[in-house]
Ligand binder design. Sequence first.
Ligand code: F6P
Length: 366
Amino acid sequence: KKRIAVMTSGGDAPGMSGAVRAVVRQTIASGCDAFAVYEGYEGLVQGGDMIKQMYWEDVRGWLSEGGTLIGTARCMAFKERPGRLQAAKNMIAKGIDALVICGGDGSLTGADKFRGEWPSLVQELVEKKMCTAEEVEPFKHLNVVGLVGSIDNDMSSTDATIGCYSSLQRICQAVDFIDATAFSHQRAFVIEVMGRHCGWLALMAGVSCGADFVFLPENPPSTDWEKDMCDIVKKHRTLGKRKTIVIVAEGAHDRDLNPIKPSKVKDLLSNEVGLDTRVTTLGHVQRGGTACAYDRMLATLQGVEAVKAVLEATPETPSPVICIVENKIVRKSLLDAVALTHKVADAIESKDFGTAMKLRDAEFTE
Ligand code: F6P
């Protein structure tokens, strides 16, 4: 009987609790024991009560909840081998031999590294007399399966990360609210949205809200962007628009990688276009609130698939990550997905924006 643990890690995202619910219930429905690791890798390192057996009713009502009800944390200890050794000991103490982790690329890479090191960690536990040879005997191999949870939608190989559509919905609501006041006063608003190095939230918000101009990290504006933006905004005004919305991704920069700050955009709109302009930083509002229908569906289908992947895995199977591609739930190699994700960052860093755009999901390639 397998004992499967689920954990959330990195920035929380709406739908993570739904993913935990799905993993717990599919595990139980498959005749296995389910566990939740509280507070991300921190809980794995601390062990004890931080790793709890979960029953069907423990996750009742979790489907619609925002954030993650089992907590998440940034954990320095797990980055060091002694922390991972302790984590391995704690998992063995609970009889856990499979880990489903819902998080961003950093969290998933950490999990795969843990899996790769597992045989040597187990050996070290015996050598250091932290466990006996008999205790570790059934734990020769650790199964790891990734679920991508992040509002940023910054993971390559999947069309949507768990949480991104809830966040986009939240941004659209906020921009709608701003629209009303902008229209009334004929003002301009510069709105900064999250996304770290990824422009998906900004681009989709721009499309969904009919923004006048959008700044993205993958596709920086022309070298003469100040003039271009002002000309476009002026043109929209001459066409009768009473409001101006400019969306700036938090990772936006120009073609020389100098950050494009909302305050600079505001000054241009005020001084060059003559608009009464305000800046709104949406901040963590974008990460909170209940999960939208799409994220509930995605979290549930992917959580179920993650447990199936655990049950079908062999020691030779590379760690999979559960993706959605053209509306199909599929398994891909976790390491390949992470490597492709890093390629986008590398392309941006080397100012190869054409490649960055091509590497992004279909939405970015026209
Ligand atoms: O990755 C999710 C995210 O919300 C990013 O969009 C943002 O850059 C970051 O996390 C903010 O992190 P923190 O909550 O630690 O400030």
